[in-house]
Design a binder for this molecule. Structure first.
Ligand code: FA5
Length: 334
């Protein structure tokens, strides 16, 4: 066949192809291994030099033309090349990832740490497993002392237990550091307490300890009043109610005016208008002796806040168990 005719029929047929299948057949017909144009190209090597140059040039051009035509037609018929398939629209808006939320306990703990740090207190880490010695004996709770009943304990062995409060860190810290000192020691505590709206078997305390030469209850009141004011963002009515702990003398419990009813009496404050926030007192001479300090030389105050109580007051949450359930409908509010 002459090349001009070949060109005419190839282009006409390719342009007229109705689907990809038909087009593929035409591609094979002209450009395949036994295709009409391929045959001509193969025969070039047997031709005389002058003829080979002339026909060769035309035949090669025609090959490119047919190839180009086939590609164009393929697109028209909806063929997607791998480049088309993998095309990415970099200007398209991305997928939004769901945002996480911090538990309100974490938010309040961070705030508590920030306030005490600004008052010159360091934040100290501590362990949740404790020995009977540091949890009780060094704090003036001898074995069989009735005050041990105030803190029903999970024992792991006779001597090892899950700490019932953060106070063991008072002695642990003082053993390693010299006075004067100001520290807070937050952490998780464990008690065999029945779970209700204000109690759980796991909860957090924030222990505080300040030791210097002339510390008095007045220093405690000043520090704690400033703390409440900054945490709640306003002046809070407070009172110190006498209490008992073997490791403080005198001992008291700071109450604040109920944030739910503003002191008029409600279910949360059991109609008293006051909420107990912590245990506190002046460090007992026995504790100073346990730590190797002279009780004649040093004075100090200590306190242990229930962190969840602070969280409940700050955000007006009426059940401590909400903080532990991981319910997103609750957590998303903070
Ligand atoms: C103590 O644990 C003392 N270590 C506090 C202390 C420290 C006194 C330093 C003197 C000097 P108490 O058992 O009262 O005290 O607990 C302190 C606070 O922890 C309570 O006011 C309460 O807010 C919180 N708390 C106690 N038990 C639970 C519980 N089961 N669930 C949630 N919070 C609790």
């Amino acid at each position: 066949m002459n090349l001009k005719n070949l060109r005419n029929s190839a282009l006409k047929e390719i342009l007229g192809a109705k689907n990809l299948e038909e087009l593929e057949k035409l591609q094979i017909k002209y450009l395949g291994r036994k295709g009409e144009l391929t045959e001509i190209l193969r025969k070039l090597k047997d031709m005389a030099e002058a003829q080979r140059q002339k026909i060769g040039k035309f035949a090669n051009q025609l090959k490119w033309e047919i190839e180009g035509m086939v590609e164009k037609k393929k697109k028209e018929l909806g063929f997607l090349s791998s480049v088309d398939k993998e095309w990415v629209d970099i200007s398209a808006p991305g997928h939004k990832l769901p945002k996480g939320y911090l538990n309100p306990r974490t938010l309040v703990l961070r705030k508590v740490e920030e306030i005490f740090q600004s008052l010159g207190f360091s934040v100290i880490d501590s362990t949740e497993m404790e020995t009977d010695y540091y949890n009780f004996q060094a704090l003036n709770f001898p074995k069989d002392h009735p005050a041990r009943d105030m803190q029903d304990t999970f024992y792991l062995t006779d001597e090892i237990l899950m700490r019932t409060h953060t106070s063991p860190n008072q002695v642990r810290f003082m053993e390693k550091h010299n006075p004067p000192l100001r520290v807070i020691m937050p952490g998780k505590c464990f008690r065999r307490d029945a779970s209700d709206a204000t109690h759980d078997s796991q909860f957090y305390q924030v222990e505080g300890l300040m030791v210097d030469k002339n510390i008095s209850v007045a220093n405690f009141k000043a520090v704690i009043a400033e703390f409440f004011k900054r945490l709640f963002g306003k002046e809070v009515k407070m009172r110190l109610r006498p209490s008992y702990f073997p490791f403080t003398e005198p001992s008291f419990e700071p109450d604040i005016s109920c944030t739910f009813c503003a002191g008029s009496g409600c279910k949360i404050c059991k109609d008293t208008g006051w909420l107990e926030m912590a245990g506190a007192g002046m460090v007992h001479p026995f504790v100073f002796k346990s730590a190797g300090y002279s009780p004649y030389e040093w004075r100090g105050f200590a306190f242990g806040f229930g962190l969840e109580r602070l969280v409940m007051m700050k955000y007006k949450i009426n059940d401590i168990r909400l903080l532990n359930f991981g319910d997103l409908r609750f957590l998303k509010q903070f």
